[in-house]
Design a protein around this ligand. Structure first.
Ligand SMILES: [Zn+2]
Length: 471
């Protein structure tokens, strides 16, 4: 018996996607899908399918360029993360728009339960592979499809290892890397491509095809790829969670986390250094669900000193690399096995192995608590421990790239509680020097504080003009 679509379908989606990811994932919801053993032939017969029209490709990309230019901020988040191997597709907001915005997408198709015998519906995998059946256009391609047959919006993280993938625009998608460091301190890197897709209820998203004539295997023995079953694919599928109050803002102001108490005296350069905001609130990569919505990412080299943004007490420290993982994700008790110490990069499996430190503010009323979390920090870099009191500007730890992290960065998120399922709250940064705001047209509140926006550079005084980056 199939359920009618719930009201979730009409839910007013924010501009960017929302989902479960970086910092507060719930393990119970996790589905690791080894699609190597699944096979599903999708239907292309429906005339409702929105397919990429190869003939109209040029006209479309021209129009897209014009639209992007109108944006107030030229920073293209999707392009930025695509260059790092993470390909974002928000299909939930508007399907036609999604096809325009992501020219590599092969197509979006409504799931039609009546096309299936009920017993087969239960066997539709969340990541489905077409091994090259000829379609209505006469094309014979090996394609990858995400399926959401549920009545709720899903967020899918899918990682494809070792191979090259091709979009509807005929371009090979940029791949990225995932890194594994073992307890013996050897780091290995592996090529992979990751898709982050917000998929509306009862929808199939046809992602990409496999670039033809590829081989797989060791250097000495290469085998031609003829089936998706030869390729390692992993995915994490979760129900998208809407933030209950996206306008929630805590009145307390934060100290800029790259600026230490001692620095102005010790090192003028360090004090005025600026950092690019690589994802702001409601960001397209991972800041689109209740536990991440208001988080701010700053790109920064591994080892950058991080300072406390509040006066408070350390309530949680996790800087062991999320270790204890077996290399093959099995529960083998073989003592010879070299355990994984930490992971980094864009593999979906990295979503659950981050480092972090959490501070509870002691400057706020107990009725209005504030918890601040620093994520992806460098392993074994914490200078403080649980229970320690810390001051604004006190050295805490160093930045890193541990967990699901396309590039080294600091992920900062604030909460009104330290519960694992807490929703984020917006908190602004306090300008050190109110006279030197550098931003024109600021009202009195904005002269006191600033909220970083994606693509822009900041220091402890707020926005830094693009041409005067004090990097
Ligand atoms: Zn983040």
């Amino acid at each position: 018996m199939l359920h009618a679509p719930s009201e979730n379908r009409d839910q007013n989606l924010p501009n960017a996607i929302q989902a479960e990811s970086e910092s507060h994932p719930s393990k119970e919801d996790t589905t690791y899908y080894n699609t190597g053993v699944q096979y599903f032939q999708y239907h292309l017969s429906s005339n409702k399918t929105i397919m990429a029209n190869k003939g109209k490709k040029k006209a479309r990309s021209k129009k897209r360029a014009t639209q992007q230019h109108q944006s107030s901020n030229d920073f293209d988040e999707c392009k930025y993360y695509a260059n790092l191997g993470c390909h974002i597709a928000n299909v939930a907001r508007c399907r036609v728009e999604a096809m325009k915005k992501h020219p590599w997408l092969l197509g979006i198709e409504p799931f039609e339960p009546n096309d299936y015998v009920p017993e087969d519906i239960a066997h539709i995998p969340e990541v489905a592979m077409n091994d090259g059946e000829e379609d209505e256009y006469g094309d014979c391609e090996m394609s990858l499809t995400l399926t959401n047959i549920k009545d709720t919006t899903s967020i899918l993280f899918v990682t494809v290892y070792d191979v090259d993938l091709c979009g509807a625009d005929g371009k090979i998608l940029t791949s990225g890397w995932t890194y594994t460091t073992t307890a013996k301190n050897t780091t290995t890197q592996r090529k992979c491509t990751t898709f982050i897709v917000l998929c509306p209820p009862q929808t199939f998203v046809h992602l990409v095809t496999l670039v033809p004539n590829q081989t797989i295997g060791s250097d000495t023995e290469r085998i031609p790829i003829t089936s998706w079953s030869q390729i390692e694919i992993e995915s994490d599928v979760q129900q998208w969670s809407f933030h209950p109050n996206v306008k929630d803002e805590h009145p307390h102001l934060l100290h800029f986390p790259f600026h230490g108490n001692e620095e102005e005296a010790v090192n003028e350069d360090q004090a005025t250094k600026s950092y690019q905001c690589s994802q702001s609130e409601n960001g397209n990569l991972t800041h689109f669900f209740h536990g991440n919505y208001h988080a701010i990412d700053f790109a920064c080299p591994i080892g950058t000193p991080l300072y406390s943004a509040i006066n408070g007490i350390v309530v949680e420290v996790k800087d062991d690399g999320g270790g204890g993982q077996n290399k093959n994700n099995t529960t083998s008790t073989n003592e010879e096995c070299d355990e994984i110490k930490e992971v980094s990069g864009i593999a979906a499996r990295n979503l659950f192995h981050w480092n972090s430190i959490m501070i509870q503010s002691t400057d706020v009323e107990t009725s209005d608590p504030l918890f601040l979390e620093y994520v992806h920090i460098q392993t074994n870099s914490c200078a403080v421990k649980v229970g320690d009191s810390v001051e604004r500007g006190q050295f805490l730890c160093r930045s890193g790239s541990v967990g699901f992290s396309p590039e080294p960065h600091l992920h900062m998120a604030a909460y009104r509680s330290n519960g694992v399922d807490a929703a984020t709250v917006r908190v602004k940064f306090q300008r050190i020097n109110n006279d030197d705001t550098r931003e024109s047209g600021l009202d009195s509140a904005d002269a006191q504080s600033f909220l970083p926006r994606v693509g822009q550079w900041y220091n402890h005084n707020g926005l830094v003009e693009a041409n005067s980056e004090g990097k």
